[in-house]
Design a protein around this ligand. Structure first.
Ligand code: MUC
Ligand code: MN
Length: 384
């Protein structure tokens, strides 16, 4: 039997190519918690847990994820059968409440290692892919309308993205709608324009904001109000002229079931980390499918490992009505993978090699890791 022998976690800090302005925080870098899962036959699987802006977006921080894995999750599966990710994940589910991002990184690494041993891509281990490429949107979030238009036009000209998500909710509704309207007018029918409010509005604001956004040609509104306000989401959806998408409110299959039974949204933004893993994301997709809810492949702005793990899950989805937003690696200044990812023709090509079909660039890891010797020395010198 091949056993799980050792689990390593490493924090990497990677600058973004420009500030990424969200309602709750402005990101200037991304912190990744990389997992390396070593098996008794020498095979190694990799996984990634990444969140947005420390604890500003989700309940798990990169540092907390590392601590949870090192202290609680890893000891539970050391010595267990590495060929059975399902059994390992059940052990974790029984002993650890929540910590979905940490669990997702471990499940990713288990599937990657299993894929490398068997020669099969993770998508095939998850039931089999139904497509090889995924449409990928880009988020315009520089904080400046003119810069966003230039960025969008450049993306269109390079055939990298023809669908844009605008981050709003930080400014007044009138300013936000003027910003969205200006971008939509500049791009016209060449591009789809959608918005993500990241829960910044209350229900009254959302009712007004959604109607105004529909009037300026916005195609979809993501999480306008608190994720916990499912009844409010249902009232907004019933009144809206454009589709409403749930994101923060979706924390796995149980919450997906609640949203579906309350008719709380038209579309699910499905994320592997928020769902609690690759198979949990597939379960969320099944609930969408049987409820007639549209499907969109979401991101926590993961780097290459998390984005490609998401891609392996999303290529198994029978329907992907609204495409994906797996652009995380493109927002970062440094590639952490050996293989360049194939972003072309407005889409991402999903690797077909064993496991995730990607490898870490060890030089990039050494340069970016938070605990690298040079950084420790500088911090100590400053503290001294
Ligand atoms: O959707 C979110 O809320 C988070 C993330 C996804 C794309 C992006 O720019 O931010
Ligand atoms: Mn969102």
């Amino acid at each position: 039997m091949v056993r799980v022998e050792r689990i390593e976690t490493i924090l990497l800090d990677v600058p973004t190519i420009r500030p990424h302005v969200l309602a709750m925080a402005t990101m200037r870098h991304q912190t990744l918690c990389i997992v390396r899962l070593h098996c008794s036959d020498g095979s190694v699987g990799i996984g990634e847990a990444t969140t947005i802006a420390g604890l500003a977006y989700g309940e798990e921080s990169p540092e907390g994820i590392k601590l949870a894995i090192d202290t609680y999750l890893a000891p539970l599966i050391l010595g267990t059968d590495a060929d059975r990710p399902g059994a390992a994940m059940q052990r974790l589910a029984r002993a650890v409440v929540g910590n979905r991002f940490a669990k997702c990184a471990i499940e990713t690494a288990l599937f990657d290692a299993l894929g490398r041993r068997t020669g099969l891509p993770v998508s095939e281990l998850l039931g089999g892919r139904v497509r090889d490429r995924l449409p990928v949107l880009w988020t315009l979030a520089s904080g400046d309308t003119a810069q966003d238009i230039t960025e969008a036009e450049d993306m269109l000209a390079r055939r990298r993205h023809d669908c844009f998500k605008l981050k709003i909710g930080k400014r007044s509704i009138a300013e936000d709608v003027a910003h969205v309207g200006a971008i939509k007018r500049a791009l016209g029918t060449k591009a789809s324009v959608r918005v993500d409010v990241n829960m910044a509005w209350n229900e009254v604001e959302a009712r007004r904001g959604i109607a105004m956004l529909a009037d300026v040609g916005c195609d979809l509104v993501e999480q306008p109000i608190a994720g916990s306000n499912v009844a409010g989401m249902a009232r907004l959806r019933a009144a809206a002229a454009i589709p409403i998408m749930a994101d923060e409110g979706l924390t796995g299959p149980a919450s997906a079931h609640v949203h579906s039974s309350h008719a709380a949204c038209d579309v699910f933004a499905i994320k592997i980390e928020q769902s609690g893993g690759l198979r949990a994301a597939q379960q969320v997709q099944t609930i969408a499918d049987v409820s007639g809810i549209g499907v969109y492949g979401g991101t926590m702005l993961e780097a290459g490992i998390g984005s490609i793990a998401s891609a392996h899950a999303f290529v198994t989805f029978p329907k992907l009505d609204w495409g994906t937003e797996l652009f995380g690696p493109l927002l970062l200044t440094t590639e952490i993978l050996q293989q360049p990812l194939d972003y072309s023709d407005f889409s991402l090509g999903v690797p077909a090699g064993p496991g995730l079909g990607i490898d870490l660039d060890e030089d990039a890891v050494s340069t970016l890791r938070r605990d690298r010797p040079a950084r420790l020395f500088v911090d100590q010198a400053v503290g001294a």
